[in-house]
Design a protein around this ligand. Structure first.
Ligand code: FES
Length: 193
């Protein structure tokens, strides 16, 4: 009899324990996924930058902003480059303009040429039919020769001439389409090295 009572008590305790376990088990809920909230909160606390963020540092769509911003930055740089002071003799400021007497020996005249004007332009303004082709210092069609002797660079400043080498310049040759006077001299037009 005592044995049967013990078994009954044991069974009851087991049933209670299993019931309790099941009740607890069914009431368990997984924690809510708050990762999105955390990301949004973090994005809202970071101020928008004025400069483009690299893609791997952008937050909450900043990548697209960065990509657009990169284009803007490029445009700003180009604008900045345009604002840089020109080094071309053609852009000499008004108050630094000087004039030099240049004798065009084949044309038989001496004319006053400004230091922001090419020898070719000055001759054309006189109505002379001087030779030229590219007008950019990239051929030798407009070449001339300083008859005073010596290096032509003592008399003119070339703006980006790409054709005459040092010996030719030392012999007095110039490309009149990109040559600006820096002193008085005698010029022989239509003279190629
Ligand atoms: S015209 Fe071509 S270099 Fe002067």
């Amino acid at each position: 009899m005592a044995n049967e009572l013990g078994i009954a008590v044991g069974l009851s305790l087991t049933v209670i324990a299993v019931t309790l376990h099941l009740v607890r088990g069914t009431s368990w809920k997984p924690n809510e996924d708050i990762s999105q909230d955390v990301l949004e909160h973090r994005a809202s606390t970071v101020p928008e930058t004025e400069f483009p963020e690299p893609m791997n540092r952008s937050i909450g769509g900043g990548g697209a902003v960065g990509a657009v911003g990169a284009g803007d930055a490029g445009a700003e740089l180009e604008e900045g480059a345009e604002e840089e002071e020109s080094t071309s003799p053609a852009d000499i400021p008004e108050d630094e303009i000087e004039h030099f007497d240049i004798e065009y020996t084949k044309e038989g005249e001496t004319i006053s040429v400004a230091n922001n004007e090419t020898l070719l332009e000055a001759g054309e303004e006189e109505g002379w039919d001087l030779p030229y082709a590219c007008r950019q210092g990239q051929c030798v069609s407009c070449a001339g020769h300083v008859a005073d002797g010596g290096d032509s660079r003592d008399y003119v400043e070339h703006d980006n001439q790409e054709m005459l080498d040092d010996p030719e310049l030392e012999d007095g040759y110039v490309l009149t389409c990109v040559a600006y006077p820096r002193g008085e001299f005698t010029l022989e037009t239509n003279e190629t090295p």
